[in-house]
Ligand binder design. Structure first.
Ligand SMILES: Nc1ncnc2c1ncn2[C@@H]1O[C@H](COP(=O)(O)OP(=O)(O)O)[C@@H](O)[C@H]1O
Ligand SMILES: [Mg+2]
Length: 250
């Protein structure tokens, strides 16, 4: 028997197939684990040879857990998120997202996993200029085949975007654009949200307000959140914290 509360995670993402044949994944899913990273290593070529940016990173996140990742500029925070999102390949180590091992997937498998299970929020808003705010908010959920108008309306209202749905991105303030970008991710109900300095463009008060709204909605959606921030103040608002230094988490 599966533990209660796993149905939303288990059925849409793997429909039981992976869990039935893979003991590691079965254990991971039974624990409600959305992200698990083991022994992750990533180097880049620098002027003086290869530099190990990540040198044996391990972490695990279950559904509903939030983790703030801090670290100095250049410590590898964005690199880690890019690997988890399957946008770049690790040298060694394992990353499992929503029951799938990223290293086992080809390009289209990784694109499918991003579409189906991962939500990305960056400091840049990356809105589509030719779409209205409402269409931008809906697009990711529609691509994933699970647009829910009631949930989209809830997210839109709670992020203070009511009445702005017909506007185009250029007709919105920076703060409004960032809330549209966050709404787009939340509306798609991803199992895992990866956020890289999501309020980095906002002043302190606006950042606090937007992060509070985002954390509320993340909690309601049951997603796991891995959020990069350079701000200890913002990191303190998440339940879990990890610091990246010299390629390792502490
Ligand atoms: N594509 C790349 N090629 C070479 N070096 C890179 C590349 N991406 C990142 N780096 C280097 O890896 C280190 C970590 O970068 P990054 O992950 O962006 O750090 P952070 O997000 O913590 O500021 C930096 O020294 C950066 O210059
Ligand atoms: Mg970065």
């Amino acid at each position: 028997m599966r533990p209660a509360g796993l149905d939303g995670l288990h059925i849409p993402l793997c429909r039981g197939r992976l869990c039935a044949r893979c003991p590691t994944l079965r254990v991971m899913m039974a624990a409600g684990m959305v992200l698990r990273i083991d022994g992750l290593v990533k180097s880049y070529d620098g002027p003086e040879g290869a530099v190990r940016v990540l040198d044996g990173v391990a972490l695990a996140l279950a559904a509903g857990e939030t983790l703030a990742l801090t670290g100095e500029s250049g410590s590898g925070k964005s690199t880690l998120l890019a690997l988890v999102a399957g946008l770049d390949a690790a040298d060694s180590g394992t990353i499992m997202v929503a029951g799938q091992v990223i290293g086992d997937l080809d390009d289209s498998g990784r694109a499918r996993l991003r579409r189906d299970a991962v939500g990305l929020v960056f400091q840049q808003f990356n809105l589509i200029p030719s779409l209205t705010a409402a269409a931008n908010i809906a697009i990711q959920a529609r691509l994933a085949g699970r647009f829910d108008p009631d949930w989209a309306a809830t997210v839109t209202a709670r992020l203070g975007l009511d009445g702005l749905g017909d506007r185009y991105p250029e007709q919105l303030s920076g703060g409004q654009q960032q809330r549209v970008a966050i709404a787009r991710t939340l509306a798609a109900r991803p199992a895992l949200i990866l956020a890289d300095e999501p309020t980095g463009n906002l002043d302190e008060d606006a950042a606090d307000r937007v992060l509070a709204l985002m954390l509320d909605l993340v909690a309601d959606s049951g997603a796991a959140l891995l959020m990069v921030t350079h701000s200890p103040r913002l990191a303190g608002k998440l339940a879990g914290r990890a610091h990246l230094s010299r390629g390792r988490l502490a």
